[in-house]
Design a protein around this ligand. Structure first.
Ligand code: CA
Length: 223
């Protein structure tokens, strides 16, 4: 899952980015509204953390412009405490949720997990597909109850696939959602990681759909 953090306070921006990275997400960051708007307009993020008080372009304007352009990724806004009018303006502009400053990082993480799963049509943070279970709160992955050790990129890959299980995902889409902006992207490496995941999870979990991409499906669903 690839996220964008738009926050002009350098300390807070750094704290958010490192907490999100630690939670297994790939994160791009922007320090002002204009840069944030540009990134959200041109890159496919799974969710955005957007401060409302931003230089260059304020957060409400950024959000309005995204929504008008049809950018519908989930957006969590950061608001000043006691500014109820900010929350109203944010929701009216298209925000999905908010956290008031100062906040506990755990709350931001929990709200993001909720936004990510709801945006892909899931009600809980624990995902199941046949024998495979992925708990997105703890990043724990099991197959038939047996814990599987994954690298961070392998985890990101299986997390993305299980949020979108049943759907065919192209290699390009995976590259866009598993790597940050600055990464030297090579879609051939995806194949390598899919191969490793198949060895760890069982070779039938991830189906290759020739010419189109990959699909995560419970083996018994395939008949
Ligand atoms: Ca600010």
């Amino acid at each position: 899952m690839r996220l964008l953090v738009v926050e002009d306070d350098p300390d807070l921006n750094r704290q958010l980015v490192s907490a999100l990275q630690e939670a297994g997400y790939v994160v791009d960051k922007a320090m002002n509204g204009e840069e944030g708007h540009f990134l959200g307009d041109t890159e496919p993020y799974d969710a955005v953390v957007l401060d409302l008080g931003l230089p260059e372009m304020d957060g409400v304007t950024v959000l309005e412009k995204w929504r008008r352009a049809g950018r519908n990724m989930p957006v969590l806004i950061l608001t000043a405490r006691d500014r109820w009018s900010d929350k109203v303006a944010g929701f009216d502009a298209g925000a999905d949720d908010y956290v008031a400053k100062p906040f506990f990082m755990e709350e931001v993480l929990a709200r993001l997990r909720a936004l990510l799963r709801r945006s892909t049509g899931h009600a809980t943070s624990e995902f199941e597909c046949g024998p495979l279970r992925v708990d997105t709160r703890t990043s724990r992955v099991t197959v038939n109850g047996r814990a599987i050790k994954l690298t961070s990129l392998e985890y990101r890959l299986i997390e993305y696939l299980i949020h979108h299980q049943g759907r065919i995902i192209s290699r390009t889409e995976l590259v866009e959602h598993l790597y940050d902006q600055d990464f030297d992207r090579d879609s051939n490496t995806i194949e390598v990681f899919v191969g490793r995941l198949r060895r760890k999870l069982g070779k039938d979990m991830i189906e290759t759909v020739r010419g189109l991409g990959y699909r995560l499906a419970a083996p018994e669903d395939e008949a």
